[in-house]
Write a protein that binds this ligand. Structure first.
Ligand code: UGA
Length: 428
């Protein structure tokens, strides 16, 4: 198939590259000419496992290219995939301005193909696919000349390529069984469970999935607080309850809370959609409340243990919102940095992949130098490099000896045997 993917962010770039790998002729489109130039030179603009080598291979094969000529490729492609960002506004509502811009351009192009499917991969509130359909008809496009298909993505940053090629499900929201056939063909019949449903249901599946993951995290963070109060161990609680197949072991790691571009905004957007129809999203609100107070809990614990934070030298390992990515959008690490800064602490951060965008902390390029002279080291992201750190070396560099494990990822006895003091919430 001849496919164009509009938007070369995490989702669009991974999708374009993987679809070319699956045998299609793909063009990734974006308005950012610098990004397009880098991509055409085989430089992957994001930190994503395996993506750069696949991107280079596909460009060499001649089945993947990138362009800013959006109208030209939208006109000649058999299928248009929309993968532009859907940020939220101040009230948490999804801002569809980028989707709007793409629709305007689609409306003004005359496709070479008789019927041109438009696949919406961007995460959009319930009702958006229908809205896009109506907007295109209103703008003069013949309703027989296109179809709008919802095909939400379930890719985790850091393992997006793997997830795309090994899907646990493929969701297709459409109105005609032909839509399902098209999506099957697009994924080269990847073995997976296919759910063919209405566009609205497909849109809700996407939000429900992220909302459930966030709920699991806030649930275990609340249990963590109870464990802390009673001196129980939340890691053992999570491991034990996770053995029950009805609960499952994933997303039960207590810590600083969830961040990133997806979970926080999707919870807000779903709450917004619920309220718009008169449904009170009590649980979603509670999930957010728990998440938003996690950083404060860690600050309280630190103050209880080392006293006033003013002028204390604190190192932070981890800026990315989770390991194996350089993405710092809505990272709990930055929430922590801002609060520590407000308290007057003197900060140095280190991350293996992410760059520092905060004015409130210095940045060190070396993991061990970053802790030189520190009173406290906080683990804010559970990178493997931190889990496997040389704790004797850390101890030699630090001035104090306190390690706050804000991701419950370290082995307390390894730290203690290196002469360090292990601190964590709900874990002792
Ligand atoms: C999330 C979903 O997991 C994907 O399925 C979805 O496709 C994607 O959003 C999206 O909508 O595009 P991602 O944003 O990459 O993927 O991040 P997650 O792996 O879900 O992690 C989110 C946050 O939860 C991170 O800050 C992580 O540290 C935190 N987390 C995760 C915990 O605090 N505890 C856990 O047990 C697991």
């Amino acid at each position: 198939m001849n496919i164009c993917v509009v938007g070369c962010g995490y989702v669009g770039l991974t999708t374009a590259t993987a679809l070319s790998h699956l045998g299609h002729d793909v063009t990734g489109l974006d308005i950012d000419s610098k990004k397009i130039e880098s991509l055409n030179n085989g430089i992957c603009i994001i930190h994503e496992d395996g993506l750069e080598s696949m991107l280079q291979r596909q460009i060499e094969c001649g089945t993947l290219n990138f362009s800013t000529s959006i109208d030209e490729y939208m006109q000649k492609s058999e299928v248009i995939i929309i993968a532009v960002g859907t940020p939220s506004n101040e009230t948490g509502q999804t801002d569809l301005k980028y989707i709007e811009r793409v629709i305007e351009r689609i409306a003004s192009t005359k496709p070479d193909h008789q019927v041109q499917p438009i696949v919406i991969k961007s995460t959009v509130p319930p009702g958006t696919n229908e809205y896009v359909q109506n907007r295109l008809i209103q703008s003069g496009r013949d309703s027989e000349s296109f179809s709008v298909i919802s095909n939400p993505e379930f890719l985790r940053e850091g393992s997006a390529l793997y997830d795309l090629l090994h899907p646990d499900k493929i969701v297709v929201g459409g109105t005609d069984p032909i839509d399902l056939e098209l999506i099957r063909k697009m994924y080269a019949c990847l073995p997976s469970q296919y759910f063919f449903t209405t566009p609205i249901t497909a849109e809700i599946i996407k939000y429900a999935s992220n909302a459930f993951l966030a709920t699991k995290i806030s649930f275990i963070n609340e249990i963590q607080r109870i464990c802390e109060a009673y001196r129980g161990d939340v890691s053992i609680v999570a491991e034990a309850i996770g053995c029950d197949p009805r609960i499952g072991p994933h997303f039960l790691n207590a810590g600083l809370g969830y961040g990133g571009y997806c979970l926080p905004k999707d919870i807000q957007s779903l709450s917004h959609s619920a309220i718009e129809k008169g449904v009170v999203p009590s649980l979603l609100h509670a999930v957010e409340r728990v998440n938003n107070s996690q950083v404060d809990n860690y600050i309280d614990m630190l103050e209880k243990n080392i006293g006033n934070l003013k002028d204390r030298k604190i190192s932070i390992w981890g800026l990315a919102f989770k390991p194996n990515t350089d993405d710092t959008r809505d990272s709990p690490s930055y929430r922590l940095i801002d609060k520590l800064y407000e308290k007057g602490a003197v900060l140095t951060a280190y991350d293996p992949a992410a760059t520092n965008t905060s004015k409130h902390t210095a940045f060190s390029k070396n993991q061990y130098e970053s802790v030189k002279g520190s009173d406290v080291l906080i683990i804010a992201t559970d990178w493997k490099d931190f889990i496997d750190a040389d704790w004797k070396k850390v101890k030699e560099q630090m001035c104090g000896a306190t390690i706050l494990d804000a991701r419950n990822c370290l082995n307390p006895s390894a730290l203690r045997s290196a002469g360090l003091k292990y601190l964590a919430l709900g874990r002792h």
